[in-house]
Design a protein around this ligand. Sequence first.
Ligand code: PXG
Length: 285
Amino acid sequence: MSLKIYINGTLYDKEDAKISVYDHGLLYGDGVFEGIRSYGGKVFRLKEHLDRLWLSAKAIMLEIPISKDEMARAIESTLAVNSITDGYIRLVITRGCGTLGLDPNKCSDPQVIIITDRIALYPEEFYEKGLEIITASVPRIHPAALSPRIKSLNYLNNILAKIEGLQAGCIEALMLNHKGEVSECTGDNVFLVRNGGLFTPPNDAGILEGVTREAVMELAVEAGIEVQQIPLTRHDVYIADECFLTGTAAEVVPVVKIDGRSIGDGTPGPMTRDFIARFRRLTGR
Ligand code: PXG
């Protein structure tokens, strides 16, 4: 049976779920999105994801045509019709159909799309052995140009960094901000461990305020570990004892090498392994 996709209140077979070529989501990347996980039939941190989606939309002056409650119900029913308990939820809100010109006011009908699908999990090896990454040469977009706090359909900045990573044989790449500080990876936030302390770049370093990042910071508080949100440099990564990434898709994944330098002893460290275990308990995995 084909997957059902929700578009503006109607469920379509995947093959028939279509959006106009005049939609400004396609023509200009004008829209916002969310990536969410469902674990054991429960949507992980739904409120946080919906709040972030609504704030992203507000920042680009896009009014989502349904309420958060309606969205939550639509997500539940789309998961149910597809019999998905452990999977991935992609919400997309486009500006809608308009003219061949930038003017968003000429767009009439924002499209609300809900895709629920099985998730392609990272191989367990990534969690046991850790990732090797590189620093991308392309900087994270200047927050005054387009805030990285907006999860918009404009992901070219991240895609360019991802291409650099892939060309170097890495599935993730570290991005520095316009000041040369560590911001985040192309689809994951970054944490460092040094001398028993946990560090992550602050919101104003040009990052998406990750839901997984927030969950990990709460787990740290529970574990009595202090988290410092302070500006970090590439050097801080090179001399860190441990490094790990957080994101909806990756969850918590160790980084053991960057730009040819081993991090710590080149294996996932104790604090990283502890957070992987804590996060798995939190999600019931
Ligand atoms: N930074 C960026 C730039 C992201 O896009 C994160 C950090 C981590 O945020 P969360 O809230 O997920 O902890 C993201 C998240 C996808 C996909 O399909 C991308 C993300 C999440 C889920 C799926 O490309 N990015």
